[in-house]
Design a protein around this ligand. Structure first.
Ligand SMILES: [Zn+2]
Length: 83
């Protein structure tokens, strides 16, 4: 069973809330499962875009298709999550 988690940047800035359907490490975030966006539009980005943290400008990852759906492939060194 999934749950909504809070996804943060390394700098501490909250990026978005995300519905995660499995336990374990955050590898990718499907854009359609982002429940509340604090990044000014991450869910509307095209493929190959590289969104950044609005506060510190670190790269958050790359938008790519995962199982045919747009997702943020998470940059592990930047992103952390809290349940
Ligand atoms: Zn940041």
């Amino acid at each position: 069973m999934g749950q909504v988690i809070i996804v943060k940047c390394k700098c501490g800035n909250v990026l978005f809330k995300y519905y995660k359907d499995k336990k374990g490490k955050l590898i990718k975030c499907y854009l359609h499962e982002i429940r509340k966006d604090y990044t000014n539009g991450i869910t509307t980005l095209p493929q190959e875009a590289t969104p950044t943290c609005p506060k510190c400008s670190r790269t958050l990852g790359t938008i790519t298709l995962v199982h045919g759906k747009p997702a943020l492939k998470v940059k592990q060194s930047t992103i952390s999550m809290r349940t």
